[in-house]
Design a binder for this molecule. Structure first.
Ligand SMILES: Cc1cc2nc3c(=O)[nH]c(=O)nc-3n(C[C@H](O)[C@H](O)[C@H](O)COP(=O)(O)O)c2cc1C
Length: 143
């Protein structure tokens, strides 16, 4: 039997009626059977990034995020743009991963959805910069 591709799906919005979360769920619903998805629910529970508390396995919510990333073959991120940038909760999550390295060579797809005509382009560009810095493999288009 063919091994399924495990994808960790992360919405950058904590809002209950988030359009980015809805988009993420639509992608999951349309994905082929060869893929399985785990939705990451811990974004709002992560402590503010502070290297001083990144000891041993790190705080429990951070350890959970790192474990879920480790177990995933790929990552899907759907995020809004706030104040011309990446929502702080999402950037905070990525800051926790800089030193631990779970994004290294991880195929990662990024979508930003916004009601403005610019489509959250600045958050998208900024997020790509951060993901490239932590050596994620950015997935663009069909492979
Ligand atoms: C405080 C705040 C700042 C925002 N800043 C931007 C922005 O810089 N660029 C943009 O395209 N949309 C901006 N928006 C609009 C969001 O894109 C919009 O609220 C979107 O629906 C949020 O995503 P969500 O539906 O997934 O929660 C902002 C919204 C809020 C509440």
């Amino acid at each position: 039997m063919e091994k399924k591709i495990k994808v960790l799906a992360i919405s950058g919005s904590l809002r209950q009626k988030s359009s980015n979360t809805a988009l993420m769920n639509a992608i999951i619903a349309l994905a082929p059977d060869s893929m399985t998805f785990t939705i990451y629910h811990g974004l709002g529970d992560l402590p503010h990034f502070n290297p001083d508390i990144d000891l041993d396995e790190g705080p429990v919510p951070v350890h959970e995020l790192r474990t879920q990333l480790k177990e995933a073959d790929a990552v899907l991120i759907c995020t809004p743009e706030y104040g011309n940038g990446v929502p702080c909760v999402l950037k905070n999550a990525l800051d926790w991963i800089v030193s631990s390295g779970e994004f290294v060579n991880k195929p990662t797809a990024v979508i930003s959805a916004s009601p403005t005509s610019m489509g959250g382009d600045k958050a998208h560009a900024s997020l790509l910069l951060t993901l490239k810095m932590i050596n994620a493999e950015i997935v663009e288009g069909e492979r």
